[in-house]
Design a protein around this ligand. Structure first.
Ligand SMILES: C[S@@+](CC[C@H](N)C(=O)[O-])C[C@H]1O[C@@H](n2cnc3c(N)ncnc32)[C@H](O)[C@@H]1O
Length: 270
């Protein structure tokens, strides 16, 4: 598998489980995952990262509802509306016609991977990066399932665990000139929205918030991203919140979100 885990977790709120525990292979894989993430195996905890025969999912103690696990195939990527290049995300990426594709996009704050999957489905090659190791494990599982038979990483889609601040600072050392990912067209950023939104949040978002907290260092990502992206940096924001970096060149409004666009070497005031 493509994800390399570099962050020590030892988060006592989370432990790894297998279901059913009678499946020895599953138990073995769950134990290996626990070790990789520095989490307990089957220890009492609030959050149970559970490996089943079908998927990796997050179960919450005392919660009778559905476990949290991303089903990316439920996203509309096939209907004319889902494939339209007029969507705000597609416009923000700078895709005007199919011949603009593929774009190489670094989704530097990949979370549950919905935007990764939408961009991949539009024809972008996407390198997903996620800082939190538990979220990265769930993300890799979700993308792997959505890809069907293909094993990640493929040329078009890969997932890595790590902090984008660090990765962006050392991008060209990690990906020297001869590697496919040495050139990034677009860096896409969607850090956690600040607290205080009045809209009801879905369970996956609430769990994500419990896992990763607030991304208080998000603003530092934009200047670094502008050094790596060759075409543009796109930042997803709540519609009424200020831009992470002042004066985006253009903004595209979406359903409950705004995409701020920055172009390397160009500022709006120029
Ligand atoms: C709002 S979520 C992203 C949601 C995602 N766009 C989606 O469609 O599912 C923000 C994610 O960015 C991750 N993140 C924030 N700062 C990061 C950083 N510096 N490096 C990597 N990941 C980061 C957080 O851990 C969190 O999982």
């Amino acid at each position: 598998m493509g994800v390399v885990y570099t962050v020590e977790m030892s988060d006592k709120r989370i432990s790894v489980h297998a279901d059913p525990v009678t499946d020895e292979q599953l138990v073995c894989r769950a134990k290996a995952l626990a070790q990789r993430l520095s989490l307990g195996y089957a220890t009492p905890s609030l959050m149970m990262l559970t490996l089943t025969a079908d998927r990796l999912e997050m179960r919450l103690r005392g919660d009778k509802g559905k476990p949290v696990s991303c089903d990316l195939l439920k996203l509309d990527t096939q209907s004319p509306a889902g494939r339209s290049l007029k969507q705000p995300l597609t416009k923000a990426l700078g895709i005007k016609k199919r011949s603009d594709l593929p774009l190489r996009v670094l989704d530097a704050t990949a979370g549950w991977g919905e935007d990764t999957w939408l961009m991949h489905a539009q024809g972008c090659y996407v390198h997903a990066l996620e800082r939190n190791p538990v979220v990265a494990a769930l993300l890799e599982d979700a993308l792997g399932r959505a890809m069907g038979d293909a094993t990640l990483p493929t040329d078009e889609l890969c997932v890595k665990q790590g902090c984008a601040l660090d990765w962006l600072s050392h991008w060209h050392a990690r990906y020297p000139a001869e590697s496919a990912w040495s050139k990034i067209d677009v860096v896409y950023l969607d850090p956690m929205f600040p607290p205080g939104r009045k809209t009801a949040q879905r369970k996956p978002m609430l769990v994500l918030h419990d896992l990763v907290g607030e991304d208080l260092d998000a603003a530092a990502l934009v200047p670094l991203a502008l050094q790596v992206a060759t075409k543009r940096v796109v930042v997803k924001r709540p519609p009424k919140n200020p831009a992470l970096l002042p004066d985006p060149v253009v903004s595209h409004g979406g359903k409950g979100v705004r995409y701020d666009v920055y172009i390397p070497g160009i500022s709006k005031s120029e």
